[in-house]
Design a protein around this ligand. Structure first.
Ligand SMILES: Nc1ncnc2c1ncn2[C@@H]1O[C@H](COP(=O)(O)OP(=O)(O)O)[C@@H](O)[C@H]1O
Ligand SMILES: [Mg+2]
Length: 302
């Protein structure tokens, strides 16, 4: 059974994702579809909050695969990504075996799979059919040696463990890597993946997300939120801010506005809730003078 058994077309996949509340543009769905068809890892790059992690979660749901997540960070080591030996259990075994076995035998015995602690990569390789969905999240946070270590997995869905040899995937894991692009990834990693840049959503997609996640918001309020945030992200304002709000912030904001019984956005309520859109003091300050223009019913003329 392959991952695409239930999806014969890009439309089918788009519908299934919408069914679990994920709204994506066609280019992204096409990349996902191809990654499933060709059994190639998919690298998603984009600003924080554009829906990279969420896509992996939604995809795991529609494929009926367990989601295995490896959250990367600076200084992460192989043993946290792949496996480590359960030293305590090995030690107990050695003690028990001390008197009736040769040292050589004991050493062989303790390096068996039963003393292996499986970390996400190995778990993904050893998940039986239809296989896991492995999310290697924020790979740009890990360091370059870690990227080099990933190459064997990404290229051949296998890893080499010195004591056990090469372990191949039981069923090819669907593999998604994400990067917030805090640094450029290694070319060798990129070559092994399909690549998709994820942008902030267009108005329609943002509306769909907010509607589905904040059903309590009135149609008018939802439109206002999508318009306000969309304008914030577009030129020439975007350069005024260190970090523009993502979809996550739009959703949070709409929820907060509903909690405040807001029916329509005005300058005052924006000021009161601005901490949801921006987490930087400078950005909050930069927004102040722009609020009235962003709230105009027509596109601001600047
Ligand atoms: N296309 C989308 N459809 C539905 N919800 C989305 C979408 N994109 C983002 N979201 C919402 O935004 C939140 C943040 O997205 P996330 O995947 O964490 O962003 P990223 O991983 O790119 O930083 C998610 O929890 C989800 O609620
Ligand atoms: Mg993320």
């Amino acid at each position: 059974m392959t991952a695409t058994d239930s999806f014969n077309s890009i439309n089918d996949l788009a519908q299934a994702l919408e069914g679990v509340g994920y709204f994506a543009e066609r280019r992204l769905i096409t990349a996902v579809f191809l990654s499933l068809r060709l059994e190639r890892p998919l690298l998603l790059e984009g600003e924080p909050g554009v829906g990279k992690t969420e896509l992996a979660k939604a995809l795991a749901k529609v494929l009926g695969r367990p989601l295995i997540r490896l959250q990367c960070y600076d200084g992460m080591e192989q043993r946290e990504a792949l496996y480590e030996w359960n030293h305590a259990a090995q030690l107990l075994h050695m003690r028990a075996a001390q008197h009736n076995a040769s040292a050589h035998d004991v050493e062989r015995e303790v390096y068996q799979e039963r003393y292996l602690v499986r970390r996400p990569l190995l778990q993904a390789l050893q998940t039986p059919a239809p296989g896991a969905l492995l999310l290697i999240d924020e790979v740009d946070r890990a360091d370059e040696p870690f990227e080099a270590f990933l190459l064997e997995y990404l290229g051949e869905y296998q890893v080499s463990i010195p004591e056990l040899g090469t372990l191949k995937a039981q069923a090819t894991p669907v593999t998604i890597l994400t990067s917030n692009r805090t640094r450029e990834l290694n070319d060798a990693v990129k070559r092994r993946c399909l690549y998709q840049w994820m942008d902030y959503p267009d108005r329609e997609r943002e509306l769909a997300v907010v509607r589905s996640q904040v059903p309590g918001a009135s149609a008018h309020l939802t439109e206002q939120v999508a318009q306000f945030v969309g304008r914030l992200r577009s030129q020439p304002f975007v350069n005024a801010f260190q970090r523009a709000p993502g979809i996550a912030e739009s959703v949070e904001w709409a929820k907060a506005l509903v909690a405040l019984d807001t029916l329509t956005l005005d300058s005052e309520v924006v000021q009161d809730t601005v901490g949801i859109l921006f987490k930087q003091r400078e950005d909050v300050a930069a927004l102040g003078p722009l609020i009235d223009e962003l709230l105009l019913p027509q596109a601001p003329q600047i």
